[in-house]
Ligand binder design. Structure first.
Ligand code: 2HG
Ligand code: ZN
Length: 465
């Protein structure tokens, strides 16, 4: 295979990195590079010419120093579970793998914080923390396979974000390496702190475009002692959306308020999960948690009453097995919908909660107009909806894309945002112009060049050219 001049340059840089950190950490066999060309966004792959398997901060810094010197793009990668193309090496070059940097450096029970390396799998970290009676709440659906560093880069959310907030709320400090190889600590180890600009805030959610994290200081909570799970079924999704408004208005603070529409429930049933009785038009999965079991029970009872005003049925999933199967079905939903249809474009918009019923109605209408199906589920308590444009006839690809475009129009019209949790990456880079002013985009380009003047760190992402 003949290599391009650009690839030769990358391979030269990779060899130099190998000389500095050990050649065993360099991958340049094209077959072995295939997994690093894609993520879980479904976007077309783009292969890197080399990958570096970092084991510590010095490896990361050396990679960024050599790459900057030789003009080679670098794309950092956690575990590749992102949904917006953040880890795809859009301009080739080097993929910087951090999955081997997966140690828990410290769990400080007294201060309720932990210091961890970025490659650790979220669930592994959560289990370690819970064994200490502590709690790290962010829970994206990919929690058994995603890396904490990737969660920080994407500012990941999840069902529990309704009560506990997203990843941003937990990151106190970051050891970061910049393009060029400089390293620094940003942030603090204390709960409060306002010294200097909030650089951590800029880094969290920067989608791998500003710096590469080598250690993360996260805040922890006390593990809730009790959880109650309710499943309410409804005649249609609009009634479920109204029930979300009722619940939010009641002053109760469930940890989770998830919505699933009729089609999602049907796909779950067809996949043999069958955790939801009957053939309801929509369902809400609601959880309440806290330190005092009797308090949580009383709140769950009140939530059940509120839901019961509009629901066809409210079930309490008290037994752990039932709860697990409900969550397994919910977490698999994205995959199940993908398997059930020839075409699927999924979305992660967020809208003001009061407009959920109207938005759901309008999504369904616009799908009908384009001849495709729009099916929704997601984090209703946060107004964060996964709207899935689905079709079975391959001839409908263009209509599917147009429907997704229409959908974003509806979201912006009601004061929502085009991405509630998956990030912009490559997937929504052009669409960002529809939400943000040219001035704001220009300001972000200047911020990017303050961190990465060469523009070589994860190029082709987030801010449109
Ligand atoms: C979820 O909530 C995830 O299940 C994935 O954010 C959603 O793939 C999706 O659209
Ligand atoms: Zn989600």
């Amino acid at each position: 295979m003949k290599r391009s001049a650009a690839d030769e340059r990358v391979l030269g840089a990779a060899a130099e990195i190998g000389r500095r950190i050990g050649s065993g950490k360099v991958i340049d066999d094209p077959d072995l590079l295939v997994p690093y060309g894609a993520d879980e966004s479904g976007l077309p792959a783009s292969l890197p010419a080399a990958a570096i398997r970092a084991v510590d901060a010095a490896d990361v810094a050396a990679t960024l120093a050599v790459a900057a010197d030789r003009g080679v793009p670098v794309t950092p990668r956690g575990r590749g579970t992102g949904k917006s193309g953040g880890a795809i090496p859009a301009r080739g070059g080097i993929v910087l793998l951090t999955e081997r940097m997966d140690r828990i450096v410290e769990i400080d029970r007294e201060e309720r914080l932990a210091i961890v390396e970025p490659g650790i799998v979220l669930q592994t970290f959560q289990e370690a923390v819970e064994a200490e009676g502590l709690f790290y709440p962010p829970d994206p659906a990919s929690l058994d396979s995603c890396a904490l560093g990737g969660n920080v880069a994407e500012n990941a959310g999840g069902p529990r974000a309704f009560k506990y907030g997203v990843t941003r709320e937990y990151v106190l400090g970051l050891d970061v390496a910049l393009m060029g190889g400089a390293t620094t600590f940003a942030g603090r180890r204390t709960r409060k702190g306002v010294a200097g600009y909030d650089v951590v805030a800029a880094l969290v959610g920067s989608e791998g475009t500003l710096g590469v994290f080598t250690r993360v200081v996260v805040r922890l909570r006390v593990r809730p002692a009790a959880t109650q799970t309710l499943l309410a079924t409804f005649g249609d999704e609009v009634a479920a959306g109204e029930a979300v408004r009722d619940l939010l208005g009641s002053g109760l603070v469930p940890s989770v308020i998830e919505i699933l529409d009729r089609h999602c429930l049907e796909v779950i049933r067809r996949a043999g999960h069958n955790p939801i009785p009957g053939e309801p038009g929509a369902a809400l999965l609601v959880e309440l948690d806290g330190r005092r079991p009797e308090r949580v029970e009383a709140d769950a009872e009140e939530a059940g009453e509120i839901l019961g005003r509009r629901a066809t049925e409210v079930l309490v999933a008290s037994e752990p097995g039932r709860r697990r199967s409900l969550w397994a079905a919910r977490r698999e939903l994205s995959t199940l919908l993908g398997k059930a249809h020839a075409g699927k474009l999924s979305d992660d918009v967020a809208v003001p909660c009061k407009s959920i019923p109207a938005v759901l109605r309008r999504f369904a209408e616009l799908g009908r107009r384009r001849g495709v199906l729009v099916s929704c589920y997601g984090h209703a308590g946060d107004g964060n909806l996964h709207a899935n444009v689905l079709w079975d006839d391959p001839g409908l690809d263009v209509a599917g894309r147009a429907a997704l475009d229409d959908l974003l129009g509806v979201v912006l019209e009601v004061g929502g945002t085009i991405s509630g949790e998956h990030g912009i990456g490559m997937a929504k880079r052009e669409a960002l112009r529809r939400e943000q002013s040219p001035e704001l985009l220009a300001l972000q380009r200047r911020l990017k060049s303050a961190f990465d003047p060469s523009g070589l760190l994860n190029p082709g992402k987030v801010i449109p050219e």
